[in-house]
Design a protein around this ligand. Structure first.
Ligand SMILES: Cc1cc2nc3c(=O)[nH]c(=O)nc-3n(C[C@H](O)[C@H](O)[C@H](O)COP(=O)(O)OP(=O)(O)OC[C@H]3O[C@@H](n4cnc5c(N)ncnc54)[C@H](O)[C@@H]3O)c2cc1C
Length: 489
């Protein structure tokens, strides 16, 4: 039986990036993915002949000082991406606000919508400070425990003290800018939620900086769906087993044995692209099972998602931007939060859009417990209810779409659990709330040498950007050769 240097379990963003970078480094890697397509929550699936993005739809972090662009050039891959003029359009109360990435346009937009707010100061603070933070997260650490923080302190004492103070302050600080504007508060709160999985009052000032800066960076669209981006990165990986589920990871003498739906495989090291909550069922090592049980107790507060997928008549959606965030004062009845995030495929994307239709993915946060222990009838009824409610809210804010949305179907926490295997369908990762982030946030190391983690439940967390920083941090910690190549790349 062949012995691989690395076996990677899971072909989400984390698993694919780790496998691609290690392959590029000359390591022998085998990647297992249980679905037929790569990408996981950032994947693209086909139903009734039409493609839909499963969850993630937006890409940022391709420019300095962000790492995703550097990864792509390091791997020498050029995915089919298009720069969008705005990150999203926000429909909040009676306002329609375009979040242009161009700072001057954005400032004009904010000034005309929110009079009397120091928007210039707010944007400048967001831009300069968030850039410094991102650099720390991926250039100066890796974050491999408290000793790495000590090292950062010794090398960059002033920067370290400044940033520690940012972690000590609350994210609510941002609300002081906008005191009287209920709509602006809602906007900032929900950008924080969709980027960091926590409202401003729950996150630190540092995390708020990272989250709120997301829409002011350039946003990109992936032609052919999000899976296409991940597939183009995966071309660097010689050995990929799709439709292959790993059932057990077992520690043997000097290597790991993986039991899969396609037989047994051996590897010297294993990288798991699964959540920390899933380890209990996957890894046959007592200390790792205990580690996972503890993670379930400690990180018990996490989100899932409800999604709606549909076809939209091209003609009726032609004036809409790719991404629209609808914010309502009243929360959704089966979900609990107030946002709907809509993403439309571009008309010129011949894979995702047809002659007549665009592909639509709508998402909102959901509490997974509301979908547990219910009968099949109840489950189907709730799905129907939430579908009607989501469509109703969309039609209210975007009347042009009335009658233009067809074949709508809903995804629930159970859907995410079934397809991505994520424990209880918890998506988005461990929330970056003050209770956890950064000092109690899970690291990419387990209790066992040679067994590591990537993905959105390990530092620094969420989204394609957070996950890619996590992968770089891990490889810098465990692969000397990577450190050499990467720093000079
Ligand atoms: C609705 C929604 C919208 C989002 N929007 C955005 C966005 O616009 N931009 C953004 O940057 N981020 C967004 N995110 C977050 C982003 O999608 C995730 O943080 C990221 O994709 C997580 O990647 P991951 O590598 O941690 O794991 P996952 O995506 O969970 O991938 C894990 C993979 O492992 C496979 N797997 C699991 N267990 C096994 C096993 N035992 N054997 C074999 N294979 C296995 C699964 O099938 C899956 O493909 C969104 C998330 C959701 C849910």
């Amino acid at each position: 039986m062949e012995m691989f240097d690395y076996a990677v379990v899971g072909g989400g963003v984390g698993g694919v990036l780790a496998s691609a970078l290690l392959s590029k480094l000359g390591r022998s890697v085998i990647l297992f993915e249980s679905l037929s397509y790569l990408g996981g929550c950032a994947g693209t699936f086909k139903k009734d002949g039409f493609y839909y993005n499963a969850g993630a739809t937006t890409i940022t972090g391709l420019e300095e000082p962000m790492p995703l662009g550097k990864i792509l050039s390091f791997l020498e891959v050029s995915p089919a991406l298009k720069e969008l003029p705005m990150s999203m359009q926000v429909l909040v109360m009676d306002k329609r606000i375009n979040l242009w990435w161009d700072s001057e346009r954005l400032l004009q937009e904010l000034d005309s919508n929110f009079k009397g707010v120091a928007n210039y100061k707010l944007l400048s603070e967001l831009k300069s400070s968030s850039h410094r933070l991102w650099q720390t997260l991926w250039k100066f650490l890796p974050f491999s425990g408290y000793t790495s923080i000590l090292g950062f302190f010794l090398r960059h004492p002033f920067e370290a003290i400044q940033q520690l103070l940012w972690y000590a302050r609350g994210g609510q600080t941002f609300k002081s800018y906008i005191a009287g504007h209920q709509d602006y508060r809602l906007l900032l709160d929900y950008i924080s939620l969709i980027t960091s999985q926590g409202f401003l009052k729950e996150v630190s000032y540092a995390v708020a900086l990272l989250g709120l800066s997301y829409p002011i960076n350039k946003t990109y669209y992936s032609f052919g769906g999000m899976s296409n981006l991940i597939e183009s990165i995966a071309k660097v990986i010689p050995t990929i087993y799709r439709k292959t589920t790993v059932f057990k990871v077992i520690k043997a003498d000097g290597y790991f044995l993986l039991e899969t739906s396609k037989g047994q495989f051996r590897a010297k090291r294993v990288i798991l692209n699964t959540t920390i909550w899933n380890l209990e069922d996957l890894v046959e090592i007592d200390s790792v099972k205990e580690f996972s049980r503890k993670a379930k107790r400690v990180y018990s507060k996490a989100w899932s998602a409800i999604t709606l997928y549909a076809k939209v008549k091209k003609e009726r959606a032609k004036d809409l931007p790719s991404h629209i965030l609808i914010l309502e004062e009243e929360p959704l009845s089966v979900g609990g939060t107030k946002e709907l995030f809509l993403s439309l495929s571009l008309p010129e994307d011949s894979t995702m859009s047809s002659q007549e239709y665009l592909s639509l993915t709508v998402s909102t946060h959901a509490r997974p417990e509301l979908w547990e222990n219910i009968t099949k009838e109840d489950y189907e009824m709730r799905k129907e209810l939430i579908k009607e409610e989501i469509l109703c809210k969309i039609y209210k804010k975007l009347p042009a779409l009335k009658g233009a949305i067809q074949n709508a179907f809903v995804g629930t926490p159970k859907t995410f659990e079934r397809y991505t295997k994520r424990y209880k369908g918890l998506v988005g990762g461990v929330p970056m709330v003050r209770k956890y982030f950064p000092f109690r946030y899970p690291l990419p190391f387990t209790t066992v040498d040679g067994l590591f983690l990537v993905g959105d439940t390990v530092f620094p967390g969420q989204g394609l950007l957070g996950v890619s920083v996590g992968v770089i941090n891990l490889l810098l910690s465990i692969e000397k050769d990577f450190r050499k190549c990467w720093n000079y790349a």
